[in-house]
Design a protein around this ligand. Structure first.
Ligand code: GLC
Length: 549
């Protein structure tokens, strides 16, 4: 029987299916493509795959606009292929986590269509958040709220009412006070659980419970509480748990119901919350009576420097201890600029604004990204990796605006802000119309330099990022031990710690080399000199007590 705590120190690899591999030559990645690469996934030595949404969708938000939570988009597969994929991954000892999007449906979802037809006051409309507008003819939206991707958060329908959408207008927010909404999602959990999935990544987990009683507050009142979404914190006029839209205490009543479903499986289904909340508020999402684990996004906005990163690591280990869960380490996902580009930015720069890369920034960014990866892989807890980071892919910054797919894509100070740059289909081979992604060009354009970073090119090179990941992940599996950690003081610019079995990780954040302590070097992101010095922006793992001859 599988270990119920398998997830506590798992390496979870995120697959963004439409950009992973295309098996039918239509330019869009699909489940058959993932199936054709299960041996590649196994070769990485990961413990679980998290599949971003593969549900039917008009792709107004990369698949996070779901038409049907219990189906596969016919363009990218079928439930039968999904089952095959789950079996193939399980045969290789890899667990499967699917993305669940409970805060909203798409506007093509049968419920929303019913709501439109149902008319004002209908039960079908009550599954969403419909309100009359303000002004003489109700032609002003009910509030001045903004959607998180820009523009108003309300859209008017034919009969004059307005519906709430915190994301695009194609993603109407559900009303989680409705019993039928709650029970339908319990059905969705069982649907995937019964198909053999091992767990869920819960999208916008902090958003389901809302207080929409009149009088609704103004945008000015609400916005400080949303600043957390950008990694900022301002004084929030609402007490913890009382913000009208996010992180309300009642959201945990919903997860208590889910927990009963999870615990009905052996081992219990796993869940990780995507909860953009103040760090201390993650504890409830991560507790054993809640979803069980929560993403720690603190490293996504942290400056490159030992003091900041050390403080984040220590704080998150404390939070994990408080929740009883394990911590999570996230440097990358489908929503943020790839770390190989982000980590080269000068101090204080906006982590979403990536200038055109130069050879220097590319080299520095990759060095730091690899150092960060080895650091996070040595920490107790789960490491979340995002497809392509094992190839050291930088952000693609020159996608022509006409080909942008991300609904929040825009220019700011002449620089593109779009999540498309981290969602460009993977390069598998050095040449060909889409570098082995599929038979044709891919749905987002790949840059010419992608071939040199392909799996094929890097497999052959022992000093490639891919080889580094493979070696590190294999070592990590062999070195697994309890979750305790002992800090080693090697100075302000260094993060060093030892695990219970002597496994030691040392990251040098400075630009100058440092001497390594005793112990044999297992792996390092930069060469270690004969006199045991490691350069700046590098991590080495040692096995304490056994200095190599
Ligand atoms: C989550 C997803 C993001 C999506 C948003 C709305 O933050 O990670 O990609 O746009 O939810 O569903």
């Amino acid at each position: 029987m599988s270990d119920p705590a398998w997830w506590r120190q798992a390496v979870v690899y995120q697959v963004y299916p439409r950009s992973f591999a295309d098996s039918n030559g239509d330019g869009v990645g699909d489940l058959g493509g993932v199936l054709s690469r299960v041996d590649y996934l196994a070769s990485l030595c990961i413990d679980a795959v998290w599949l971003s949404p593969f549900y039917p969708s008009a792709l107004n938000d990369g698949g996070y606009d779901v038409d049907d939570h219990r189906e596969v988009d016919p363009l990218i597969g079928t439930l039968e292929v999904f089952d095959e994929l789950v079996d193939a991954l399980h045969e290789r000892g890899i667990k499967v986590i699917v993305d669940l999007v409970p805060n909203h449906t798409s506007d093509r979802h049968a419920w929303f269509q019913e709501a439109l037809g149902g008319g004002r006051g209908s039960a079908a409309r009550d599954r969403y958040v419909f309100r009359d507008g303000r002004g003489e003819n109700g032609d002003l939206p009910p509030t001045d709220w903004m959607a998180l991707f820009g523009g108003p958060a309300w859209t008017r329908v034919e009969d004059g009412q307005w519906y709430l959408h915190l994301f695009t207008k194609h993603q109407p927010d559900l009303n989680w006070q409705r019993e039928d909404v709650r029970s339908d999602f319990l059905r969705t959990l069982r649907f995937w659980g019964d198909r053999g999935v091992d767990g869920f990544r819960v999208d916008v987990a902090m958003g389901l419970a809302k207080d929409l009683r009149d009088p609704l507050p103004s945008w000015q009142q609400i916005v400080p509480g949303l600043a957390i979404l950008k990694g900022l914190t301002f004084d929030d006029p609402f007490a913890d748990g009382q913000h009208p839209l996010f992180d309300r205490d009642e959201v945990h009543d919903i997860y208590a119901e889910w927990r009963e479903v999870f615990d009905g499986y052996d081992p219990p289904l796993f869940a990780v919350a995507e909860a953009w909340v103040k760090p201390h508020r993650r504890v409830r999402y991560a507790s054993a009576t809640g979803l069980g684990q929560a993403f720690n996004f603190d490293l996504l906005t942290a400056p490159w420097g030992a003091p900041a990163v050390r403080a984040i690591v220590q704080h998150n280990l404390e939070l994990a201890a408080r929740s009883g869960s394990s911590s999570t380490w996230v440097f990358s996902n489908h929503d943020v600029v790839r770390p190989a580009s982000r980590l080269a930015l000068p101090d204080g720069a906006d982590p979403r604004l990536i200038p055109t890369p130069t050879p220097d920034t590319v080299a520095l960014g990759l060095r730091r990204a690899n150092a960060a990866t080895l650091l996070s892989l040595a920490l107790p807890g789960s490491a979340y990796l995002y497809q392509g980071e094992e190839l050291g892919l930088p952000e693609v910054t020159d996608i022509p605006p006409g080909q942008w797919q991300d609904p929040m894509a825009r220019l700011e100070d002449g620089v593109a802000i779009t999540r498309d740059g981290c969602r460009v289909p993977l390069p598998w081979i050095t040449q060909g119309p889409s570098f082995g992604f599929g038979e044709q060009t891919s749905h987002l354009p790949q840059p010419e330099w992608f071939g040199a970073l392909s799996v094929q090119a890097q497999t052959a090179a022992p000093d490639s990022t891919l080889s580094l990941y493979r070696t590190a992940l294999r070592l990590r599996r062999d070195l697994q031990c309890d979750e305790s950690i002992e800090w080693i003081d090697l100075g302000e610019d260094v993060i060093a710690f030892r695990r219970a079995n002597g496994w030691t990780s040392i990251t040098n954040f400075s630009h100058d080399p440092i001497h390594l302590p005793e112990g044999s070097v297992l792996i390092s992101t930069q060469p270690v000199t004969a006199d045991r010095r490691i350069p700046g922006n590098a991590t080495a793992w040692l096995r304490a007590g056994t200095t190599a001859a």
